[in-house]
Design a protein. Structure first.
Lengths: 481, 484
């Protein structure tokens, strides 16, 4: 066992899914041609002014409430001053000394001492609003190019306390946080496109030491797996330095996935002075109690609460609830279907075993192969014994990607089971008559001949007879049971 | 009839009634500019074609029987810190030489909507930093009353345009006195409204918490008319107040009788020119004779106003001017492939000495280790200055004092000594820091004939009292045009 422990604090920047940017009416959608979603304000043209988007405030408040933060009735925007080509105004509008919320918590599941998963509560320092910068790329030889479509896009920054102790915990924290942000509809959780970004502050210290070691900031790591690997690597790197009698440098490092190591980006020893001061172009942000209450009332159900409710309301396993809440649209599809059909467990089974693989998610959107109404109808056909469970899968394969009604397909293909008792009795009677020798033997106790008769009936009905009814009819005809 | 000698309201009336065509006004305006501007340097850019097209469309509008706006056919000069679509906007800086903005400032759009004519952009101290229009990168503006003297600043070009009757009205911006002091120096009326009355959208920022757009006019009523047009909530400026403009032109007829006017002792102290004092005191006596009650008041924190202002205004300016970096618009000097060199060389080339001085000062007061001693302390003093006024306004309805300590000074007189230049705003800074409405209105001129301005400061959003008093002062001192 190492004598060192790792201390990790995460700062997450999440782009808010508002239609417009934080301080102007430009669309905030990803992927448009460079520098087409811009206006005087987000270009920082002379004379332009910011006006705060009410929707951005609502989304930030939603985030703060979901993380149990205390909302500040009055908060303020500040200017963070620095020069960079993708920062058109020469300052970023952010919240600094008076953020809109403070003091929340995120509970995550981590492996406990016995190997079982236990709950760990990580405190959230603050959730505040700010604007994104543009995007610089250095692709064309010596030139740098800047796309300002992202400039001014609304972000929340979620600052966690340094209370995580491993790369795995950090990854779990990010998964849980991302899930919450997606479920409350404020972020699409896309790490690759950078709409959910994470910086990790990593330091090590002797176990039990009261003070934190010098921290290194790992910047912009764009996958959960990389976060975990980068932190694990970084902890070992720092440990090796300390054990070798060295000193950890206060710096910003990046993650080189190919080489599997972190690398120095810039030293923080000469700390940059951002000259924060209150943004004079924006009055203080005042949150009215009644409005906060409105946001609280309209808050979508959080993923954990949803899972617990699914287990109790639909009598499904915690595992099934977990699977069905991997995306808010999947949860809502399941629930819609369960409500239409009436039996959550059956709906859950079918969604998990058949439909899940065919669902395509894009951010908060998802495409389903069939509608909840189609699925409910299909499950109803099984319940009514019109088709068997096995046939339901065949029907699903036929209607997936089409708006066709399952019943129509069943009819067209002659798949309906013969469940008419009189019809089955008539077929059975004819078969018993034609096979009187076997009938006698079965009646005498040769139980293995039951299969023979069932087979004959199925042959006659081309497999569409309800097997249970066939069994019953044979026994009835032979005076058995 | 010299159309440009007419007051704003009269001219608008004549155009509205069709007795004068807007195109005639436009032609007279450019004719006047052509014979005077070379000597004065009030305009940096003229929009002849656009103005003439606009005038024609106003005349056509009238011919169709449509009602014309409140400023029908009235030429209004625009300070060059107000952005105008399709017209070069420089804010008096080499940094923006040749820059054409893609949009109109809200006040510009409102003037257009009121059928005003917008003949051109006026000279100003670079980025509104100065009190004489001498820091303009495009040469100084001269005072039409005495071409060897400064018109004041930073809105000197707008003030001079009105004083020389190139236009009967103009817009300026006032951060610490930049409308009122040049109004006083040029014998025009200049109004700085309550902070938040007028949209700042499209005003190239100097110090955002102090900047306010306001009118110059040849008479008080004209200033009231223009302010009624440009004031009011603008959804694009989060600091603009959701309060409808007043009926200020009507307030000009209200009379001053019964108003209590506060005379602050701190404004009649050392450094005040004897003739200016005599002139202002004469107007106070006249107001008393008109039925005003004169109340001595005290504004004890006035002496800290200059220091407070130069900390806060420069702090904001250092940040507001960061966008002039050579990357996206304006001047760009690229000595090497290094980004820091681009910034350094561009800003060294683009900014003049006074702008650099203020950026450095502002950067210093915001930097770690100095923020509390300067910026935060200055914010506290700002609150105390505002409280001084609030207490004074418990005893009076408006404060009356000199606008500037001296009449217009000679060009070059103060350019070598920034501090003496800063002192010329000593009487205008406090109202700016307190966000109060204030105006300068001409009172009796000095023996030399140079204009003297009297300043009226009223309660927040009480422009009504300010205009009533301004009109009362004006009744004893009819507007005068500078002879050129
Ligand atoms: Zn924009």
């Amino acid at each position: 066992m190492s004598e060192y422990e790792t201390v990790i604090g995460l700062e997450v920047h999440a782009q808010l899914l508002t239609h417009t940017k934080a301080f102007c009416a430009c669309p905030a959608t990803f992927g448009a041609a460079p520098n087409t979603q811009v206006c005087p304000t987000c270009l920082g043209l002379p004379g332009a002014l910011p006006v705060l988007s009410a929707r951005a405030v609502e989304f930030a408040v939603r985030t703060a409430l979901a993380l149990g933060c205390t909302l500040q009735k009055t908060s303020r925007f500040s200017r963070k001053n620095y020069f960079y080509p993708d920062l058109p105004k020469g300052y970023q509008i952010s919240q600094f000394d008076e953020p809109c919320s403070e003091g929340g918590a995120l509970s995550i599941e981590v492996p406990g001492a016995s190997g079982a998963r236990v709950e760990k509560v990580v405190r959230i320092t603050r959730v505040h609003m700010e604007e994104d910068a543009g995007k610089s790329s250095h692709a064309r030889g010596e030139d740098s190019i800047v796309d300002l479509n992202r400039s001014g896009v609304a972000l929340v920054e979620i600052v966690g306390e340094p209370e995580l102790s491993s790369g795995a915990e950090a990854a779990e924290y990010l998964r849980s946080l991302r899930e919450i942000l997606i479920f409350i509809g404020i972020n699409d959780g896309n790490l690759e496109e950078g709409s959910f970004r994470c910086d990790a502050n990593v330091s090590i210290r002797k176990k039990g030491a009261p003070q934190l070691g010098t921290r290194v900031e790992l910047k912009n790591i764009n996958s959960f797996r990389f976060v975990q690997k980068a932190i694990e690597y970084e902890a070992l790197r720092q440990q090796a330095i300390v054990e070798g009698g060295g000193r950890i440098e206060h710096e910003t490092r990046g993650w080189d996935e190919k080489a599997g190591r972190t690398f120095s980006m810039r030293s923080k020893e000469t700390a940059q002075d951002y000259r924060y001061f209150p943004e004079p172009d924006l009055p203080p942000l005042v949150l009215e109690d009644a409005w906060i209450e409105q946001v609280r009332q309209a808050m979508p159900e959080l993923p954990r609460a949803k899972r617990e409710r699914f287990v109790s309301q639909y009598e499904i396993t915690p595992y099934a609830a977990q699977v069905l809440t991997q995306h808010p649209q999947i949860a809502s599809f399941f629930e819609h279907c369960a409500r239409l059909h009436g039996d959550g467990a059956k709906a859950a089974n079918f969604v998990q075993s058949e439909i899940l693989g065919g669902i395509v998610t894009r951010g908060l959107e998802a495409d389903f192969p069939i509608s909840p109404a189609q699925l409910a109808e299909l499950l109803g056909l099984v319940d009514a014994a019109t088709i068997s469970g096995k046939q339901a899968k065949e029907v699903y394969a036929l209607i997936a990607g089409t708006p066709r009604a399952p019943a129509d397909v069943v009819r067209e293909r002659g798949m309906a089971q013969v469940s008419d008792a009189a019809a089955i009795d008539a077929i059975v009677a004819a078969i018993v008559l034609a096979n009187s020798r076997q009938a006698e033997a079965l009646r005498a106790g040769k139980a293995s001949l039951m299969g023979f008769f069932v087979g004959q009936v199925m042959k006659e009905t081309k497999g569409s007879a309800n097997p249970q009814m066939v069994n019953d009819a044979i026994k009835r005809a032979l005076g058995l049971g | 009839m010299n159309l440009l000698e007419l007051p704003v309201t009269t001219l608008a009336h004549l155009v509205q009634r069709g007795e004068v065509k807007a195109i005639e006004v436009a032609e007279a305006c450019f004719a006047r500019i052509d014979v005077t501007n070379d000597r004065v340097g009030a305009f940096l850019a003229l929009s002849r074609e656009e103005t003439s097209l606009q005038a024609k469309s106003i005349d056509e509008k009238r011919a169709r029987g449509e009602a014309l706006g409140a400023l029908a056919g009235v030429p209004v000069a625009l300070k060059d810190s107000l952005v105008t679509r399709a017209t070069v906007t420089t804010a008096g800086s080499k940094m923006l030489a040749g820059y054409v903005p893609p949009y109109d400032a809200t006040v510009v759009a409102r003037l257009r909507a009121a059928d005003a004519l917008l003949p051109g952009k006026t000279n100003m101290d670079e980025f509104a930093m100065g009190s004489s229009t001498e820091t303009s990168a495009f040469g100084p503006c001269r005072n039409p009353w005495d071409l060897s003297r400064a018109p004041g600043g930073s809105s000197g070009g707008s003030a001079a345009a009105v004083a020389a009757r190139m236009t009967p009205a103009a817009l300026g911006s006032d951060t610490g006195g930049s409308i009122r002091q040049p109004a006083a120096f040029t014998g025009s009326v200049g109004v700085k409204p309550t902070y938040g009355r007028v949209s700042r959208f499209g005003l190239i920022a100097f110090a955002s918490s102090l900047d306010q757009v306001g009118p110059f006019a040849s008479d008080v009523r004209g200033a009231a008319r223009v302010l009624e047009v440009i004031a009011g909530r603008d959804g694009r400026d989060a600091t603009s107040l959701d309060i409808a403009p007043g009926r200020w032109e009507r307030d000009c007829d209200r009379g001053a009788s019964g108003l209590r006017i506060g005379v602050p002792e701190e404004y009649f102290a050392e450094g005040l020119d004897a003739e200016v004092e005599a002139s202002v005191r004469q107007s106070i006596d006249q107001l008393q004779a008109d039925g005003c009650v004169v109340v001595p008041v005290t504004l004890p924190h006035t002496r800290h106003a200059i220091a407070t202002y130069y900390v806060l205004a420069t702090a904001e300016a250092s940040s507001n001017l960061a966008r002039f970096d050579g990357v996206r618009f304006g001047a760009r000097v690229e000595p090497s492939r290094d980004l820091r060199d681009l910034y350094g060389a561009t800003r060294d080339h683009g900014f003049g000495a006074e702008v650099k001085r203020r950026i450095l000062l502002g950067t210093f007061v915001l930097s770690a280790g100095h923020y509390e001693a300067y910026y935060l302390k200055a914010q506290k003093v700002r609150t105390l200055i505002a409280r001084d006024f609030a207490e004074a306004f418990e005893r009076c309805d408006a404060i009356v004092c000199p606008t500037a300590p001296t009449p217009a000074f000679l060009l070059g007189d103060k350019t070598g000594d920034p501090l003496s230049m800063y002192l010329s705003d000593v009487y205008t800074l406090p109202a700016s820091l307190a966000g109060l409405p204030a105006m300068s209105v001409p009172c009796a001129p000095a023996k030399s004939g140079l204009p003297v301005g009297l300043q009226i400061v009223s309660r927040p959003l009480d422009e009504a009292t300010m205009f009533a008093l301004g009109a009362a002062v004006e009744r004893h001192h009819a507007p005068r045009a500078a002879a050129l």
